[in-house]
Design a protein around this ligand. Structure first.
Ligand SMILES: [Zn+2]
Length: 350
């Protein structure tokens, strides 16, 4: 079969690889769609210490069960269309016990430690099958649109701690697909106002097509901070989400947050430069609450699947481009230029 294989930095090669052979407990999927994640792009450009090449990447996927060697599998059967929670647990620890399995170090992840879905066929590891990580898709929503269940679950994880509601005004810094998802989830949760900020005017034009209250261009003179103050009656935003890997964005979040505001640092900084100059006095004087967010819990993934299936989430507008697997590296350029929100890869037939 023809798969996109990560062979090292700047090397994702579309090549023939043997079809996966099922072992006891495993399930074989025919992949119908696999969206490209910002982390796939980062791995392609910079490598990733957790990934040893050769590895088939791709973890935002939807496919059909075509074979099963898991006789005890109850909720799915051959022929079903499914999405998969990609975190696989091995053993137990205090984080798993407290319901924060995303934080455990006793985990492996599909597309990091097991081959992913930039291929026509992918096998679901036995442990993932046994842990109930396969979720049947119960609507007619396309596989292309269902593929963003995974990133939406990561967004849900952040929101499970932000608790956005009717009293909130929200600013999302970063108008990429993740930023837009944060804005839309905030809206669905009842936020009064939702604003999206970005340095890229083209991205803001795309963001403006969604159900938000306004966009603000981030400029070097800092006028975007004043703009947010103006838009919020001088208060700043009660919830501020930094959805871009940038220290300046994190500092902007501290600056534009209202007193007693909640902030989420959704994106990490590059591992080579994780120390940021932040005006931490804002945390002190404004009594800010800052949370981080990494990966997702199974409950987040389940909620994301349900939200897309409900038809109340415009997944079809978030996936802006579809490419055949042969053109996968074009996805990275489309993402970097800001021309695309989500790019979805269609692996094609075996
Ligand atoms: Zn992802």
């Amino acid at each position: 079969m023809k798969a996109a294989v990560y062979q090292g930095k700047e090397q994702i090669i579309v090549q023939n690889v043997p079809e996966p052979v099922l072992e006891a407990g495993e399930v074989l999927l025919q992949i119908e769609a696999c969206s490209v994640c910002g982390t796939d792009l980062r791995t392609y450009r910079h490598g990733d210490a957790k990934i040893t090449p050769p590895r088939i990447l791709g973890h935002e996927f939807c496919g059909r069960v075509i074979e099963s060697r898991a006789p005890d599998l109850k909720n799915v059967k051959v022929g079903d269309r499914v999405v998969v929670y990609i975190v696989i647990l091995h053993g137990n620890d205090v984080y798993i016990e407290m319901g924060r399995a995303n934080l455990t170090s006793h985990r492996t992840t599909i597309s990091y430690h097991h081959d992913g879905a930039f291929a026509p066929l992918m096998k679901v590891p036995a442990a993932a099958v046994a842990q109930g990580n396969i979720f049947p898709v119960t609507t007619e929503i396309s596989s292309r649109d269902m593929s963003i269940s995974e990133p939406l679950g990561c967004v849900m994880n952040a929101h499970s701690r932000l608790g956005v509601g009717l009293k909130d005004t929200v600013a999302v810094i970063g108008a990429g697909p993740i930023g837009i998802m944060h804005a839309l989830v905030s809206r669905l949760q009842g936020a009064q106002k939702v604003y999206v900020l970005d340095v890229n005017a083209e991205r803001l034009k795309m963001a403006a097509q969604f159900d938000i209250d306004g966009t603000v261009l981030v400029t070097p003179d800092g006028s975007h901070r004043e703009k947010i103050k103006e838009l919020t009656g001088g208060l700043g935003t009660s919830v501020t989400i930094a959805a871009v890997s940038s220290a300046a964005a994190q500092n902007d979040a501290l600056e534009i947050a209202a007193k007693a505001g909640r902030i989420n640092f959704f994106a990490g900084l590059p591992k080579s430069a994780p120390v940021a100059p932040l005006n931490v006095n804002h945390i002190h004087y404004k009594e800010l609450e800052i949370s981080g967010s990494y990966s997702e819990k199974k409950s987040d993934f389940r909620a994301a699947v349900a939200l897309i299936e409900s038809g109340r989430f415009p997944a079809d507008k978030i996936v802006t481009h579809t490419l055949p697997i042969e053109r996968i590296t074009e996805a990275f350029t489309l993402m970097e230029s800001g021309e695309a929100l989500k790019v979805c890869i269609i692996p094609g037939s075996v």
